[in-house]
Ligand binder design. Structure first.
Ligand code: DGJ
Length: 737
């Protein structure tokens, strides 16, 4: 709900969800002050009195306040922070005017309320569905000394406890301006002494949570790699120092954007926490001529006063329902086998048919042909960009291959890496100017490849044309969309030097444009996002690909950490997870086949190994795992997810659970990560069950006991047998009537 109250010459705005309130006011000077974000307020509450004004010294005063020395933009909590006119903290907006001055100071002008969600120009954003509809507040601010307007967008999703923010800057003046910084949000939180949890990592080890107290030194994470990156995820949490899974105030911030980003929190001199998120200002500048505008990506915020579990579930629900799109948003996705770790580049038609045949006999439902099927591509030195089928290697056409796979009762999917180009490719020989490279400089190569200039319409048209031809030539229902390097050497042959600071952002807009057009042409296509695993795992990509390959690391034990970190924001249905061969190709570790299956089941499930090399017993397990995946699909893909253990207190096991929304059934998975001789019992506390319902608890498909939900949550479950290291167990709960 959005409420606006006029009090004298001030306007009080309150955004309410079922459990949270967000309050701000346009004060007598038109400054938009932030008053509160947290647990739900009463309708009549006005928190203006929280603001304390005093002359703090060396905090200047804007001209509009006359001789009032206690009113300073330098220490007031604000929704928009300008630059160069007296707020010395980090700005949300910085402008360079045509006369060379750098100043930005915005004052309230007007507001409007819209029924429904707002759109973000050229970028993903939460959208309305029949289940959930948003409301929008747009506050228009005006720069004090130029014809520049700033629209602040607030989206409210009441029952999901979500509030979103975005901003749009419009140059209505006759003079050009350069936007040197435009973040999606600024939030100055009063009387809050939080920790920040951000998600960090590297290729093949993404999204490990790190928790640090927010102090006066800035905590800032981000990416300048052109993608959201393996190294930091565009999502973070601010929480009470003692917050945990079930307890404490916590706030989530998640950016629906797949490029350079910044996320920061810092205490100011008054101990207020300035929170910012948006496009990374490094290397960014954007020229706006008269009547031109620029919109930021959307930040999705959520609050929970009962710890991280609720916060995560709020994100899972909204992203699954209002960000993911297409046929496979809720429809069952096929269990796939991907040939990458089975063959790498070394395959031919016969091998692929063999893999498909074995897979179909075990109940696997789709063959995904990975890298190496096109151009000259038997290693990673060449071929990217030449999206023409290598029929010699496939020993036939793609249509023949797809139809043979279909004839086995399986679907067929294909890998692409559209944004990349190899120097050893026909495309590069014909269009070297399509690659990002700075004239007179040797470009930096990543995996021997260069990046295509996705800001160019002709590049995107070429890619759309090639992909359309291929996708219409064969029965392909799935595309794995990969990207295998960080992006630099930003120079476009089509935009002038005055637009050079726009290139990273226009690259992202170009990727979104291509994805959108491709999905328009093939609306039922299932796209799995990928960037060397989880290098572009963000809410923005979920708009196009409801599942994303979570990591190139398929080691089930490493995956426990990676999937744990990923689960704080992203729905389990979006986590691409496969059973692979042992010793594992990334770590050399051997983990039981069952455990590999149980871990992969906490995601969009598949296989990535040579089925010819597994034992008969393991083949039987594949059949069971596929059946089990189907049996649990509604739980894993539509149920509520609970982390039962934490990384910090992970003594000897990791465990998680899925509980049906109606609490009628649940499934718990536990993996023993360490073992010792003469062991103490392995025990776990369940979460999320209805305390008043009775459940039959079935351990390892045989032992069963009936008790109340309350008993399983408060007293827990003891595993009746000794568990060896890396062994896993699945426990089912069925409502006992
Ligand atoms: C990186 C991906 O994450 C892998 O799964 C595989 O598709 C390779 N690229 C292929 O080059």
């Amino acid at each position: 709900m959005i409420s606006v109250k006029k009090i004298a010459d001030e306007l009080l705005f309150t955004l309410s969800t079922n459990n949270s309130s967000y309050q701000m006011k346009a004060d007598q000077y038109g400054v938009l002050l932030h008053l509160f974000y947290g647990k739900k307020l009463n309708d009549a509450d006005d928190l203006s009195s929280l603001i304390f004004m005093t002359d703090m010294g060396f905090c200047g005063n804007p001209a509009c306040v006359g001789k009032n020395r206690i009113y300073s933009l330098d220490n007031l909590p604000q929704e928009v922070s300008g630059f160069g006119t007296g707020d010395y903290r980090d700005s949300m907006v910085a402008l360079l005017h045509e006369d060379g001055s750098r100043a930005a100071e915005f004052r309230f002008d007007s507001y409007e309320i819209l029924d429904g969600s707002y759109k973000v120009d050229g970028m993903p954003a939460l959208y309305d569905t029949s289940v959930t509809k948003g409301e929008t507040l747009i506050i228009t601010m005006r720069e004090v000394a130029s014809e520049v307007w700033l629209k602040l967008y607030y989206g409210v999703y009441e029952k999901e406890n979500i509030i979103t923010r975005a901003a749009k800057i419009i140059n209505k003046g006759q003079r050009n301006i350069t936007v040197e910084r435009l973040l999606s949000m600024n939030l100055d939180m009063m009387f809050f002494d939080p920790d920040m949890i951000y998600f960090t990592g590297r290729h093949a080890f993404e999204r490990a949570p790190e928790r640090v107290p927010v102090k006066h030194a800035k905590i800032e994470v981000g990416s300048v790699r052109g993608t959201s990156s393996h190294q930091y995820n565009p999502s973070f949490i601010l929480c009470d120092h003692n917050a945990n899974e079930e307890f404490g105030n916590c706030y989530g911030f998640c950016l629906a954007y797949s490029g350079n980003f910044i996320a920061a929190a810092q205490k100011d001199q008054k101990n207020q926490v300035r929170v910012q998120m948006g496009i990374h200002p490094n290397g960014f500048s954007y020229l706006l001529n008269q009547d031109e505008e620029l919109m930021t990506p959307q930040v999705i915020m959520s609050f929970s006063d009962s710890g991280f579990t609720t916060l995560s579930q709020q994100y899972h629900d909204i992203l699954r329902e209002n960000m993911c799109r297409g046929k496979y948003k809720h429809e069952k996705r096929p269990v796939l086998i991907n040939n990458w770790e089975a063959t790498y580049f070394d395959f031919n038609g016969e091998k692929l048919i063999h893999i498909a045949k074995q897979a179909s006999e075990l109940g696997i439902e789709m063959l995904v042909l990975d890298d190496g099927w096109f151009g000259k591509r038997d290693d990673d030195f060449s071929g990217l960009g030449d999206w023409f089928v290598n029929e010699k290697k496939l020993e036939g056409t793609l249509k023949q291959l797809g139809e043979s796979v279909n004839a086995m009762g399986m679907k067929f999917g294909l890998w692409f890496e559209p944004e990349m180009i190899s120097e050893d490719s026909d495309l590069y020989r014909e269009h070297p100017e399509w690659a990002l490279a700075i004239p007179g400089r040797e470009p930096n190569r990543g995996r021997y490849q260069l990046t295509l200039d996705m800001s160019r319409a002709d590049v995107r048209d070429y890619l759309l044309g090639r992909m359309t031809d291929i996708l219409s030539s064969a029965p392909i229902m799935y595309v794995k969309w990969d990207l295998n390097r960080s992006i630099c050497d930003m120079y476009s042959h089509v935009s002038g030097k005055e637009h050079s600071g726009e290139l990273y952002h226009k690259y992202v807009l170009g990727v979104y444009d291509l994805l959108e057009r491709l999905l328009k042409r093939f609306p039922d296509l299932l796209i799995e996002g990928c960037s060397g695993g989880g290098g572009r795992f963000d809410a923005g990509m979920l708009y196009y690909s409801p599942q994303i390959w979570c990591s190139d690391n398929t080691d089930a034990i490493n995956r426990l950490t990676i999937q744990y970190g990923t689960s704080f924001f992203y729905p389990i249905s979006s986590v691409g997870s496969h059973v692979s061969a042992c010793p594992n190709h990334q770590t050399g570790r051997t983990v039981p086949f069952q455990t590999r299956g149980d871990v992969a089941m906490a995601g969009s499930f598949g296989y990535e190994l040579d089925l010819g090399k597994i034992s008969e017993e393991e083949k039987e397990q594949v059949k069971k795992q596929v059946d089990r995946f189907h049996a649990f699909y509604n739980l894993t893909h539509e149920g509520d997810y609970y982390r039962l253990t934490t990384l910090e207190n992970n003594d000897s096991c990791m465990a998680w659970a899925f509980v049906a929304k109606d609490k009628s059934e649940a499934m718990l998975t536990l993996v023993k990560t360490q073992s010792e001789g003469n062991p103490v019992p392995t025990h776990v506390f369940m979460k999320g069950l209805d305390p008043d319902k009775n459940y039959k608890c079935i351990i390892k498909d045989d032992t069963s006991v009936i008790n109340s939900g309350s008993a399983f949550v408060n007293a827990g479950i003891t595993i009746p047998s000794v568990m060896m290291q890396y062994e896993s167990v699945i426990i089912r709960f069925e409502e006992a009537l």
